[in-house]
Each structure stands twice: as structure tokens, then as C-alpha cells.
Design a binder for this molecule. Structure first.
Ligand SMILES: *Cc1c(COP(=O)(O)O)cnc(C)c1O
Length: 359
């Protein structure tokens, strides 16, 4: 799709790498915006300075959460360039999210082009510290100023970014998790398999309960039987059975209420070449507890774009707590994390063409 472009104030930022980014507030200088209505389709693309939006208080997206987003990262490459990881897959998931919320689909090439424009302007903010990245946050919202309960007739698409710090380089620590028996993240027929804003606000109370219980993260059970493990916070989960070559790497099958993570797909895709056996199956809470006690499950970790691979050390549950392995990050977890990080930085072969270079 071709869009006529308005390059107003989009001069690239001079290199001034952010030295100590947190996660989510070191915004870069630019954002890309694009509008949609039924007459003009997608129109008025602009790369401009990141600045506050002016919204009517009756904007549909604010009231009825007709809002979707994505999250993906760009990393420094060995030769000094920058590459985004699997942008086409995120573009397609953004389209699935749009369909589910009765929103217009953004063409994949426009999605990728918006990333390129922001990165070309702001890549100078990324230091060469390999633990840093640029986290890209595309989002779209219903923009009508109208409180009828119906889909918006107009939409705004935005691509913004922030510089993200990382944790490797420092010793990686395990997180402790708390099982939520009270709340569900998603339901069959709901929106759990797409990235829409309402999924996350609905999960905050359980996240707070986990913190009150002294844990960093909440683990979600399936909403019907409250038996099967679904996800950890906003990340997919993996269970390691055995150790060394031939270890099984098991992740819950996509039930319809799980979010199909791009990181999950990447790890399943590279496990075999690392000598592991990837599997998708249902795992119950009781099985998790029992197989840890038997020494069958040796490691557990979670995966997602933001925190990459995060090892889980302890589980807190109303029916008793337990520790996974010795409570420290395990060798399979560390190997998977390293393989993924090498892919991101272009220091491992990329047979599937997952890296998208920014020229
Ligand atoms: C975004 C997200 C993930 C991870 O997806 P990635 O594509 O790997 O970043 C997992 N679970 C939920 C609920 C999410 O929102």
C-alpha cells in the first residue's frame, strides 16, 4: 500500500544514547500517526515529534476500550546497525487483534514502514550496550467522539517507542509466582488470544494480590476448570522435563484464551536445533506440583518480548508452596535465553529471515 507522506518535523535525532533506561519511560523523540475513516481509508501519515494527543473526552476508545496494541523490539547488530525482530509476525497479530475488536486492519507493509520511519529517526538513542533495545509500541484506538455503544467510524494508529534496559550482564534472578484461583485473565470466546487494552486492566487486581503475597508475578489458570496452566502475567510459560540433550520443553497448547506469543513461537522453533524436544500440551497445576516433587520438571520459565526469558524459582499457592529445582535459573533456561538473544543481535544464523534490518 502506498501512502503520500508528510515529513514535517521528522529530522533524525542526533546520536545521544540513553545510558540507563528503565522500562517504559525513556520514550524516543518521534512518533508516527495515521488516520482511518470509511471514505478515505488509511490517510494522513505523519512522522512527527512525540507529543501529547488532544482528545475529546467522549472518545470511544477511552470509554469502551476499543484499543489494541503490539510490542516488539529492535536491537543493535554486531556491525553497528539496527534490526527489528519478526515485525511481519507482529503486523499479522495486530491485524487479528483489529478484526476481533471490529476495527479496520492496518496493511502489514504500512505497519513495518511505520517502524522503519521511527527507527530511522531515533536509532541514535540506542547505546551499543547489548542489554539495551528499542521497544516499539504500535497502537490503534477508536477515535469517534460519540458514546453510542457501537464500533467507532474513525481510527487513529500510532507508533511510538522507548529505549529499554535489560537484565543480562547482571546475574539473572528467578521470580516467584502466585497462583490466582479467584480471577481469570481470559475466557473462551473472549479476547485473551489478541492484544487489546482491556485484557490488561482486568488483570491488575490479581497482579496486586500476587505482590501482597510477596510474589512478582501471577499465574493464570484456565477459566472453566481452573485446573490447567495458561500464562504468567503477560508472558507465555515453559516447563522443562529432564536435562541436557533430549530435555523436553513443554508449553501450554493454545487454548483460545492464551495469547500466541511471537517469543513462544520462536523458542518452539529453535528448541530442536538446540537438541531439545519442543512440545505443546496441557499441564495442570497438580501436575506441575507433582512433577517438581518427583524431579521430573526441572526448570520453568516465561517468555515474552519485554522480559525475553524469565526463570521461575518459587510457586506460592493456597495448597502449599514449592521450589522449582534449586530455585536458581537452570541451564536449559539460560541456554534458551542466550540462543534467543543471539538471534536478536544477529550473532546466530537466521534461516527463517526473522531479522529485519533498518537501512
Ligand atoms: C504480549 C503477550 C505475550 C508475549 O507475546 P510476545 O509476542 O512473545 O511478546 C504473552 N502473553 C500475553 C498475555 C501477552 O499480552
Amino acid at each position: 500500500m502506498t501512502l503520500t507522506f508528510d515529513h514535517d518535523s521528522a529530522a533524525a535525532s542526533a546520536p545521544r544514547p540513553v545510558r540507563a533506561p528503565g522500562h517504559g519511560d525513556a520514550f524516543t523523540d518521534h512518533m508516527y500517526t495515521l488516520s482511518w475513516n470509511a471514505t478515505d481509508g488509511w490517510h494522513k501519515p505523519e512522522l512527527g515529534r512525540l507529543q501529547p494527543l488532544t482528545l475529546h473526552p467522549g472518545t470511544i476508545g477511552l470509554h469502551y476500550a476499543q484499543v489494541i496494541f503490539e510490542g516488539l523490539k529492535a536491537h543493535r547488530q554486531a556491525d553497528g546497525g539496527v534490526a527489528v525482530f519478526r515485525p511481519w509476525d507482529h503486523a499479522r497479530r495486530f491485524q487479528r487483534s483489529a478484526r476481533r475488536l471490529a476495527m479496520p486492519e492496518l496493511p502489514e507493509d504500512v505497519f513495518v514502514d511505520s517502524i522503519e520511519q521511527v527507527l530511522r529517526a531515533d536509532q541514535g538513542l540506542l547505546s551499543d550496550d547489548p542489554s539495551h533495545s528499542i521497544y516499539l509500541r504500535p497502537m490503534m484506538f477508536g477515535a469517534d467522539a460519540n458514546l453510542m455503544l457501537r464500533p467507532s467510524h474513525t481510527y487513529e494508529y500510532l507508533m511510538m517507542a522507548f529505549v529499554a534496559g535489560g537484565f543480562f550482564g547482571k546475574a539473572m534472578e528467578t521470580v516467584s509466582v502466585w497462583i490466582s484461583h479467584e480471577h481469570s485473565r481470559a475466557i473462551p470466546g473472549g479476547t485473551g488470544n489478541v492484544k487489546c487494552a482491556g485484557n490488561y486492566s482486568g488483570s491488575f487486581v490479581a497482579q496486586l494480590q500476587a505482590q501482597e503475597a510477596g510474589c512478582q508475578q501471577v499465574v493464570w489458570l484456565d477459566p472453566l476448570e481452573r485446573t490447567w496452566i495458561e500464562e504468567m502475567g503477560g508472558m507465555n510459560m515453559f516447563f522443562v522435563r529432564g536435562s541436557g540433550p533430549g530435555a523436553e520443553i513443554v508449553t501450554p497448547a493454545l487454548s483460545g484464551s492464551l495469547l500466541p506469543g511471537v517469543t513462544r513461537d520462536t523458542l518452539l522453533g529453535i528448541a530442536e536445533s538446540m537438541g531439545y524436544v519442543p512440545r505443546e500440551e496441557r499441564i495442570s497445576l497438580e501436575q506441575w506440583r507433582r512433577e517438581c516433587a518427583q524431579g521430573r520438571i526441572t526448570e520453568v520459565f516465561a517468555s515474552g518480548t519485554a522480559a525475553v526469558v524469565t526463570p521461575v524459582g518459587h510457586v506460592k499457592d493456597r495448597d502449599g508452596d514449592w521450589t522449582i529445582g534449586d530455585g536458581e535459573p537452570g541451564p536449559v533456561t539460560l541456554a534458551m535465553r542466550e540462543a534467543l538473544v543471539n538471534l536478536h543481535h544477529g550473532t546466530a544464523p537466521d534461516p527463517k529471515g526473522w531479522l529485519h534490518r533498518i537501512s
